[in-house]
Design a protein around this ligand. Sequence first.
Ligand SMILES: Nc1ncnc2c1ncn2[C@@H]1O[C@H](COP(=O)(O)OP(=O)(O)OP(=O)(O)O)[C@@H](O)[C@H]1O
Ligand SMILES: [Mg+2]
Length: 223
Amino acid sequence: MEPIIATQDLEKVYRIGRVSIPALRGVSLTVEEGEFVAVMGPSGCGKSTLLHVLGGLTRPTSGKVLVDGNDLFALSDAERTRFRRHKIGFVFQRFNLLPTLTARDNILLAQHIQGDGCNPHRFETVTNMLGIADKLAQRPNELSGGEQQRVAIARAAICEPKILMADEPTGNLDSESSAVVLNMMRSVNQEFRQTILMITHNPEAAAVADRIIEMRDGQIISK
Ligand SMILES: Nc1ncnc2c1ncn2[C@@H]1O[C@H](COP(=O)(O)OP(=O)(O)OP(=O)(O)O)[C@@H](O)[C@H]1O
Ligand SMILES: [Mg+2]
Protein backbone atom coordinates (compact mmCIF):
# COMPACT_ATOMS: atom_id res chain seq x y z
CA MET A 1 0.00 0.00 0.00
CA GLU A 2 1.33 3.45 -0.77
CA PRO A 3 2.05 5.73 2.19
CA ILE A 4 -0.58 8.33 3.11
CA ILE A 5 2.11 11.03 3.38
CA ALA A 6 5.35 11.05 1.43
CA THR A 7 7.95 13.70 0.86
CA GLN A 8 11.52 13.80 -0.32
CA ASP A 9 14.23 16.43 0.12
CA LEU A 10 11.79 18.99 1.38
CA GLU A 11 13.29 22.44 1.83
CA LYS A 12 11.76 25.55 3.32
CA VAL A 13 13.59 28.83 3.51
CA TYR A 14 11.79 31.78 5.08
CA ARG A 15 12.90 35.15 3.85
CA ILE A 16 12.61 38.32 5.90
CA GLY A 17 14.00 41.17 3.84
CA ARG A 18 17.54 40.08 2.99
CA VAL A 19 17.75 37.46 5.69
CA SER A 20 17.14 33.81 4.78
CA ILE A 21 16.12 31.38 7.48
CA PRO A 22 16.44 27.74 6.45
CA ALA A 23 13.70 26.01 8.46
CA LEU A 24 13.66 22.66 6.60
CA ARG A 25 16.89 21.38 5.12
CA GLY A 26 16.22 18.24 3.12
CA VAL A 27 13.50 16.36 4.94
CA SER A 28 12.47 12.96 3.57
CA LEU A 29 9.82 10.90 5.24
CA THR A 30 6.85 8.63 4.72
CA VAL A 31 3.90 7.98 6.98
CA GLU A 32 1.74 4.90 6.51
CA GLU A 33 -2.02 5.06 6.73
CA GLY A 34 -3.15 4.50 10.31
CA GLU A 35 0.20 5.34 11.87
CA PHE A 36 0.46 7.51 14.99
CA VAL A 37 3.68 9.50 14.68
CA ALA A 38 5.16 11.93 17.21
CA VAL A 39 7.55 14.68 16.10
CA MET A 40 10.04 15.89 18.70
CA GLY A 41 12.98 18.26 18.80
CA PRO A 42 14.16 21.53 20.32
CA SER A 43 12.40 24.85 19.87
CA GLY A 44 13.05 26.35 16.44
CA CYS A 45 14.16 23.09 14.78
CA GLY A 46 11.35 23.22 12.21
CA LYS A 47 8.59 21.05 13.64
CA SER A 48 5.69 23.45 13.06
CA THR A 49 7.05 24.35 9.64
CA LEU A 50 7.17 20.67 8.70
CA LEU A 51 3.58 20.11 9.85
CA HIS A 52 2.35 23.18 8.00
CA VAL A 53 4.06 22.08 4.79
CA LEU A 54 2.80 18.48 5.07
CA GLY A 55 -0.68 19.84 5.76
CA GLY A 56 -0.66 22.05 2.67
CA LEU A 57 -0.71 25.32 4.62
CA THR A 58 2.80 26.52 3.75
CA ARG A 59 4.41 26.08 0.35
CA PRO A 60 7.86 24.49 0.46
CA THR A 61 10.78 26.23 -1.24
CA SER A 62 11.50 22.93 -2.99
CA GLY A 63 10.27 19.37 -2.84
CA LYS A 64 6.93 17.69 -3.32
CA VAL A 65 4.38 16.62 -0.75
CA LEU A 66 2.19 13.64 -1.62
CA VAL A 67 -0.87 13.15 0.54
CA ASP A 68 -3.03 10.16 -0.24
CA GLY A 69 -1.45 10.12 -3.69
CA ASN A 70 -2.11 13.82 -4.41
CA ASP A 71 0.74 16.20 -5.17
CA LEU A 72 -0.45 18.95 -2.79
CA PHE A 73 1.39 21.92 -4.22
CA ALA A 74 0.58 20.99 -7.82
CA LEU A 75 -3.08 21.66 -6.98
CA SER A 76 -4.53 25.15 -7.37
CA ASP A 77 -4.98 27.07 -4.11
CA ALA A 78 -8.72 26.42 -4.19
CA GLU A 79 -8.27 22.72 -4.89
CA ARG A 80 -5.68 22.39 -2.15
CA THR A 81 -7.94 24.16 0.35
CA ARG A 82 -10.81 21.83 -0.50
CA PHE A 83 -8.56 18.78 -0.31
CA ARG A 84 -7.19 19.89 3.04
CA ARG A 85 -10.62 20.48 4.52
CA HIS A 86 -11.76 17.02 3.62
CA LYS A 87 -8.71 15.05 4.56
CA ILE A 88 -6.84 16.89 7.28
CA GLY A 89 -7.83 18.14 10.70
CA PHE A 90 -5.37 20.67 12.06
CA VAL A 91 -4.73 21.70 15.66
CA PHE A 92 -2.50 24.78 15.61
CA GLN A 93 0.11 25.66 18.19
CA ARG A 94 -1.83 28.87 18.77
CA PHE A 95 -5.31 27.32 18.60
CA ASN A 96 -6.68 29.79 15.97
CA LEU A 97 -10.14 29.96 17.49
CA LEU A 98 -12.44 32.73 16.30
CA PRO A 99 -12.80 35.18 19.20
CA THR A 100 -16.37 36.26 18.50
CA LEU A 101 -17.77 32.73 18.34
CA THR A 102 -18.67 30.49 21.26
CA ALA A 103 -16.83 27.21 21.76
CA ARG A 104 -19.82 25.39 20.23
CA ASP A 105 -19.79 27.54 17.09
CA ASN A 106 -16.02 27.30 16.76
CA ILE A 107 -16.35 23.51 16.72
CA LEU A 108 -19.40 23.47 14.46
CA LEU A 109 -17.67 25.79 12.03
CA ALA A 110 -15.52 22.87 10.90
CA GLN A 111 -18.66 20.88 10.05
CA HIS A 112 -20.12 23.89 8.36
CA ILE A 113 -17.06 24.46 6.20
CA GLN A 114 -16.82 20.83 5.20
CA GLY A 115 -20.52 20.44 4.52
CA ASP A 116 -21.61 16.85 4.26
CA GLY A 117 -19.52 13.91 5.31
CA CYS A 118 -19.66 14.93 8.96
CA ASN A 119 -21.39 12.80 11.51
CA PRO A 120 -23.73 14.99 13.63
CA HIS A 121 -23.66 12.53 16.56
CA ARG A 122 -19.95 12.93 16.83
CA PHE A 123 -20.24 16.43 18.26
CA GLU A 124 -21.57 15.12 21.55
CA THR A 125 -19.13 12.24 21.72
CA VAL A 126 -16.10 14.40 21.07
CA THR A 127 -17.04 17.27 23.39
CA ASN A 128 -17.87 14.81 26.18
CA MET A 129 -14.64 12.90 25.67
CA LEU A 130 -12.69 16.14 25.93
CA GLY A 131 -14.58 17.34 29.00
CA ILE A 132 -15.80 20.60 27.47
CA ALA A 133 -19.52 19.83 27.22
CA ASP A 134 -20.30 22.45 29.89
CA LYS A 135 -18.11 25.14 28.30
CA LEU A 136 -19.76 25.32 24.90
CA ALA A 137 -21.54 28.64 25.41
CA GLN A 138 -18.31 30.47 26.33
CA ARG A 139 -16.10 32.45 23.96
CA PRO A 140 -12.35 31.75 23.73
CA ASN A 141 -11.40 34.68 26.03
CA GLU A 142 -13.76 33.21 28.64
CA LEU A 143 -11.94 29.86 28.56
CA SER A 144 -8.66 28.76 30.10
CA GLY A 145 -5.71 27.98 27.82
CA GLY A 146 -6.25 24.28 28.26
CA GLU A 147 -9.97 24.57 27.51
CA GLN A 148 -9.24 26.54 24.36
CA GLN A 149 -6.82 23.83 23.36
CA ARG A 150 -9.47 21.15 23.80
CA VAL A 151 -11.95 23.20 21.74
CA ALA A 152 -9.34 23.40 18.98
CA ILE A 153 -8.85 19.64 19.17
CA ALA A 154 -12.61 19.04 19.02
CA ARG A 155 -12.82 21.27 15.96
CA ALA A 156 -10.04 19.33 14.23
CA ALA A 157 -11.46 15.92 15.09
CA ILE A 158 -15.15 16.58 14.54
CA CYS A 159 -15.38 15.48 10.91
CA GLU A 160 -13.26 12.36 11.24
CA PRO A 161 -10.48 13.59 8.98
CA LYS A 162 -8.29 10.88 7.51
CA ILE A 163 -5.26 12.66 8.94
CA LEU A 164 -5.08 14.59 12.20
CA MET A 165 -2.15 16.97 12.57
CA ALA A 166 -1.66 18.46 16.00
CA ASP A 167 0.96 20.98 17.08
CA GLU A 168 1.63 20.44 20.78
CA PRO A 169 -1.93 19.43 21.62
CA THR A 170 -1.03 18.84 25.26
CA GLY A 171 1.23 21.89 25.61
CA ASN A 172 -1.13 23.79 27.91
CA LEU A 173 -2.73 20.91 29.72
CA ASP A 174 -2.24 19.45 33.17
CA SER A 175 -1.42 15.77 33.33
CA GLU A 176 -5.05 14.70 33.74
CA SER A 177 -6.27 16.68 30.71
CA SER A 178 -3.21 15.57 28.74
CA ALA A 179 -4.15 11.97 29.41
CA VAL A 180 -7.70 12.66 28.18
CA VAL A 181 -6.42 14.20 24.95
CA LEU A 182 -3.90 11.43 24.36
CA ASN A 183 -6.51 8.75 25.00
CA MET A 184 -8.79 10.45 22.54
CA MET A 185 -6.07 10.54 19.90
CA ARG A 186 -5.18 6.93 20.52
CA SER A 187 -8.80 5.85 20.28
CA VAL A 188 -9.57 7.72 17.04
CA ASN A 189 -6.32 6.32 15.70
CA GLN A 190 -7.28 2.75 16.60
CA GLU A 191 -11.03 2.80 16.04
CA PHE A 192 -11.16 4.89 12.88
CA ARG A 193 -7.64 4.26 11.60
CA GLN A 194 -7.05 8.00 11.45
CA THR A 195 -3.42 8.79 10.80
CA ILE A 196 -1.97 11.11 13.43
CA LEU A 197 1.02 13.41 13.29
CA MET A 198 1.63 15.07 16.62
CA ILE A 199 4.32 17.53 17.65
CA THR A 200 5.19 17.29 21.30
CA HIS A 201 7.84 18.15 23.85
CA ASN A 202 6.33 15.73 26.32
CA PRO A 203 7.92 12.26 26.51
CA GLU A 204 4.70 10.82 27.96
CA ALA A 205 2.80 12.07 24.93
CA ALA A 206 5.43 10.69 22.57
CA ALA A 207 5.21 7.33 24.33
CA VAL A 208 1.61 6.97 23.07
CA ALA A 209 2.81 7.11 19.45
CA ASP A 210 3.87 4.16 17.28
CA ARG A 211 6.96 6.00 16.16
CA ILE A 212 8.97 9.11 17.04
CA ILE A 213 10.59 11.38 14.48
CA GLU A 214 13.42 13.47 15.98
CA MET A 215 14.37 16.76 14.37
CA ARG A 216 17.38 19.07 14.78
CA ASP A 217 18.16 22.21 12.80
CA GLY A 218 15.69 21.57 10.00
CA GLN A 219 16.61 17.94 9.51
CA ILE A 220 15.34 14.58 10.68
CA ILE A 221 17.95 12.85 12.78
CA SER A 222 15.99 9.72 13.54
CA LYS A 223 12.69 8.29 12.36
N1 LIG B 1 6.75 32.82 9.24
C1 LIG B 1 8.06 32.76 9.49
N2 LIG B 1 8.90 33.68 8.96
C2 LIG B 1 10.22 33.62 9.20
N3 LIG B 1 10.82 32.69 9.94
C3 LIG B 1 10.04 31.74 10.49
C4 LIG B 1 8.63 31.74 10.30
N4 LIG B 1 8.10 30.68 10.98
C5 LIG B 1 9.17 30.08 11.55
N5 LIG B 1 10.32 30.70 11.28
C6 LIG B 1 11.68 30.29 11.69
O1 LIG B 1 11.91 28.97 11.18
C7 LIG B 1 12.55 28.16 12.16
C8 LIG B 1 11.66 26.96 12.50
O2 LIG B 1 10.48 27.42 13.15
P1 LIG B 1 9.31 26.45 13.62
O3 LIG B 1 8.16 27.29 14.03
O4 LIG B 1 9.05 25.43 12.56
O5 LIG B 1 10.01 25.73 14.89
P2 LIG B 1 9.42 24.69 15.95
O6 LIG B 1 10.30 23.48 15.90
O7 LIG B 1 7.98 24.47 15.72
O8 LIG B 1 9.67 25.43 17.34
P3 LIG B 1 8.76 25.48 18.69
O9 LIG B 1 9.03 24.17 19.42
O10 LIG B 1 9.32 26.64 19.44
O11 LIG B 1 7.34 25.65 18.31
C9 LIG B 1 12.84 29.07 13.35
O12 LIG B 1 14.16 29.54 13.20
C10 LIG B 1 11.84 30.20 13.19
O13 LIG B 1 12.36 31.39 13.72
MG1 LIG C 1 6.27 25.03 16.78
